[in-house]
Write a protein that binds this ligand. Structure first.
Ligand SMILES: Nc1ncnc2c1ncn2[C@@H]1O[C@H](COP(=O)(O)OP(=O)(O)OP(=O)(O)O)[C@@H](O)[C@H]1O
Length: 339
């Protein structure tokens, strides 16, 4: 099911919050809307669900205009923040609740509930009460409940926000797999960049109610359109310079770049593109100011000779000592944004 938003404007008494939002979510795709607090993510989700009336614009499902349709007619499933399970119902009853008022024959409902419990890895817990579940299990029940009536589109409102980071990564993969298997088209909202990049087929970045860029996670990370976006989707060293079209001269020397640009431009260098070595071996030197060790990699905070702060991410076990002078090299090509 293809979901299309066409120049959607929506807001409250004090004015519009969404300005001309146009987005296409392809059949079976998971699109994440990533934005800071107050950017309009919840308003967008509620408008698509039919819980908030837009001022103008259109919402279509496979070309069918649903803008004025009541929420229950749209066949859109909503997974609310923190699940919002019914505390007095068991896991199976919560999932079964998703089938109430639908055309699912009553006889086939227990079977459908079992299917959903299997899909979300909850088959051993049908009789548990919500308070006997972990946060991740509760979220999976909420997802199972939303998927039960076979919605054409599923909307997920910050589904992992209440969980600690160790749980989040595992649950993300499970939710992704369950969505894929269900065949639903999905829109997820989050303010977490890592989450958006890791779970989505495509990401739309919302800022002050406007889509500033939509693309695959790779496109957003490697080819951000603006400097703000470059810093929003990841760590970035922003270096002004001058390019001859193919390489740009910056404080880190001459750097090959991709796409083409002309004249004054700004290079965006990601921390994993910086390699540090012995000071004498490279043209540019820097001082190590701090090291954050994460096990799988480490972030080295550097100060370049001209005073510019920079971050290097290294996966090797090389030990960087705070205060040491090191050589810095860039592995290109870097991204440039035309001034
Ligand atoms: N019921 C309401 N009445 C008036 N203004 C509202 C209402 N709900 C939200 N807003 C305003 O609309 C703007 C966008 O809010 P929204 O909740 O859509 O953002 P969000 O991106 O989901 O934020 P968060 O991540 O903090 O949940 C904010 O400025 C907010 O104050």
């Amino acid at each position: 099911m293809t979901l299309e938003l066409d120049r959607l404007v929506a807001g409250y008494r004090n004015g519009p919050v969404l300005h001309d939002v146009s987005l296409t979510v392809a059949d079976r795709e998971l699109l994440t809307v990533l934005g800071t607090s107050g950017s309009g993510k919840t308003t967008l989700l509620r408008t698509v669900a039919g819980l908030h009336r837009p001022d103008s614009g259109r919402i279509t499902l496979n070309g069918r205009d649903v803008t004025r349709e009541r929420p229950e007619r749209r066949r859109i499933g909503l997974v609310p923040q923190e699940g919002a399970l019914f505390g007095h119902l068991t896991v199976a009853q919560n999932v079964g609740f998703g089938l109430r008022g639908t055309s699912w024959p009553v006889r086939s409902r227990p079977g459908r509930v079992r299917e959903l419990l299997e899909l979300t890895g909850l088959e051993d817990l049908p009789d548990r009460m919500p308070h006997e579940l972990s946060g991740g299990q509760r979220q999976r029940v909420a997802l199972a409940r939303a998927l039960a009536p076979e919605p054409e589109v599923v909307l997920l409102d910050e589904p992992f926000a209440a969980l600690d980071s160790s749980l989040r990564a595992g649950l993300r993969a499970q939710v992704r797999a369950a969505l894929r298997e269900s065949g639903a088209t999905a829109v997820l909202i989050t303010h977490d960049q890592d989450e958006a990049l890791s779970i989505s087929d495509r990401v739309a970045v919302l800022s002050e109610g406007r889509v500033v860029q939509a693309g695959t996670p790779r496109e957003l990370y490697r080819r951000p359109r603006t400097l703000w976006l470059a810093g929003f989707v990841g760590d970035a060293l922003i270096l002004p310079g001058r390019t001859d079209g193919r390489s740009i001269v910056t404080v880190l020397g001459r750097l090959e770049h991709d796409p083409a640009a002309a004249g004054d431009a700004t290079a965006v260098v990601r921390p994993e593109q910086l390699t540090i070595g012995a000071a004498a071996a490279a043209g540019v030197t820097a001082t190590v100011e701090a090291v954050e060790y994460f096990g799988h990699d480490q972030l080295i905070h550097l100060r370049l000779a001209d005073g510019t702060p920079a971050l290097a991410r290294t996966t090797g076990d090389a030990v960087a000592t705070v205060g040491a002078r090191v050589g810095v090299r860039v592995t290109g090509p870097v991204h440039v944004i035309d001034d």
